[in-house]
Each structure stands twice: as structure tokens, then as C-alpha cells.
Design a protein around this ligand. Structure first.
Ligand SMILES: [Zn+2]
Length: 264
């Protein structure tokens, strides 16, 4: 499943290739019937919030959530765009650019009230730093008010938005924090540490398009097997202590961690 950095990249791409232009929006597959509500209108804004993409038009917003299987295909063309391939839910067309959306969990047109409601349900996004919103304080407050384990809180989009399974595992390892420590037992300092670490790593993710978390490997394009501390490394030696990396389900998602580096 794409994590927040991917959605921010898509928002940037829309801003660059489509913003300020009147878009032809269609649904080759036929399931996005709302396309008629906004087609022909000018794209006024393109914004990522957590894992949601909001495209703003004069008469409303398109909200897109890729879910597990959703994908984007972008292309530039000279005369005519290529025919859509597969089950394309939505096609966005400008003079020279095309974006095809396949298999999203959500693709709908909402009005301003719907847009505000969606945003109000989302926790702070480390990639949208606005000190005026007191984002960090909100995150700390939400965590410290509950006995839910921190490993679960990081995956809760109403607590912090944009984090998925990879960043969850890696952030906790980097903080040497047990995923099972309850929110109320994680210090303000540790929570702030996780927050700023998420800001740092996710910004790199936006720039590079891949998730990098090991300080020695933040510059290059390391192979998948070298990229992470614990994610998908169950049974392999921990890169810090040599202990076997553990795997267990937490709220039906796979959780990777080192029981020795991340003691409860
Ligand atoms: Zn370890």
C-alpha cells in the first residue's frame, strides 16, 4: 500500500502537469460516474493529506484514496494520448498530459463541506508542517491520552496521517521503542522524536520516490534487501544487535521489530 510520500508526489505531479488547465475527465471503465460533474473545469488545487489526494475544481473536489491496489499511470503525449489499458476508473487529460487511475478504494466528487469533513477526520500529516496548527502538539496529545500501543497508533490515520507499515516499523526501530508500549507511556520527548524523524524520512521519500530509513543509505538507491532495518526482515539478524528480527500481527497488519533493541 502506498504511504503518504507517494500521495504527496502525485499531488506535486498534478500541480506541475495539470494545474491551471481545463481538464477532460472521463471514466473509461464507467464506474466513476461523477466525472461529468467536474469535467471541462480548471484544476485549481492539488493537495495531499495523509493518504488522500484532493483535486480542487470550481464546482467541487475529487477525493482519491488508492487503498491497497490503486495505481497511477502518467504520460506525456504529442498529438493523441494512448488508449487506456485495463480497468481505468478515471482518466485526466490536458493538452499534453494524461493520468490514468486504476483500482482505487475511493474516487468521488465531494463539495466543500465534504472536503472539510474528510480533512477534519485526519490526524496531522508530517509532510504538511504548519506550526499555526500546532500539529506536533496534536499528535503528542492524541498518543498520550490512550492505552493503545504506539505501534497501532502510528497506523491510525486519525492520530498521524500518511504513515503505513514500512514507516511504522522503521520509525519505531530508529527510536528503539517497543511497538507494544502504550501511548500514555511514551514520553513527550520520544513522541516528538518520532514526529521529527517522520518529517525527515518522509521528505526523503517524496524526493526519491522510495522509502529510505537507514542513515548510511539515505543518499543512494540501495537495493530492497539493504533498504530497511526491520521491515520484511523477520528471522534475519538485527542490523544493530544481531538478534533475530521478529514478526507478529498487530491489528491484522504485519509488525516487524527487534525484541532486544526495542524492549518494552
Ligand atoms: Zn536489535
Amino acid at each position: 500500500m502506498p504511504e503518504g510520500h507517494t500521495v504527496h508526489r502525485t499531488a506535486n505531479r498534478f500541480r506541475k502537469d495539470f494545474a491551471g488547465r481545463e481538464l477532460n475527465i472521463s471514466s473509461p471503465q464507467g464506474r466513476f460516474i461523477d466525472a461529468v460533474l467536474v469535467t471541462g473545469q480548471q484544476l485549481e488545487s492539488s493537495e495531499a493529506f495523509g493518504k488522500h489526494l484532493f483535486l480542487g475544481f470550481p464546482s467541487g473536489f475529487i477525493r482519491i484514496h488508492l487503498g491497497i491496489y490503486g495505481k497511477w499511470r502518467f504520460a506525456e503525449f504529442k498529438a493523441e494520448p494512448k488508449e487506456p489499458v485495463g480497468q481505468v476508473r478515471a482518466r485526466f487529460l490536458s493538452e499534453h498530459f494524461v493520468a490514468d487511475l486504476v483500482g482505487p478504494t475511493a474516487c468521488e466528487v465531494i463539495d466543500l463541506a465534504g472536503y472539510q469533513l474528510q480533512k477534519s477526520k485526519l490526524g496531522p500529516d508530517p509532510l504538511r508542517i504548519d506550526p499555526a496548527d500546532q500539529e506536533l502538539e496534536r499528535f503528542i496529545g492524541r498518543c498520550q491520552r490512550t492505552k493503545t500501543p504506539i505501534g497501532q497508533l502510528l497506523m491510525d490515520q486519525s492520530v498521524i496521517s500518511g504513515i503505513g507499515n514500512v514507516y511504522r516499523a522503521e520509525l519505531l526501530f530508529r527510536a528503539r521503542l517497543s511497538p507494544f508500549r502504550t501511548g500514555n507511556e511514551v514520553s513527550e520527548q520520544d513522541l516528538a522524536g518520532i514526529w521529527f524523524d517522520a518529517v525527515k524520512l518522509m521528505k526523503i521519500g517524496v524526493t526519491k520516490g522510495i522509502m529510505l530509513t537507514r542513515d548510511d543509505h539515505l543518499r543512494g538507491m540501495p537495493q530492497l534487501k539493504d533498504r530497511y532495518f526491520v521491515y520484511k526482515r523477520e528471522g534475519l539478524p538485527c542490523r544493530n544487535c544481531g538478534n533475530e528480527v521478529s514478526l507478529q500481527l498487530m491489528s491484522s497488519r504485519k509488525l516487524y521489530w527487534c525484541t532486544s533493541c526495542q524492549k518494552l
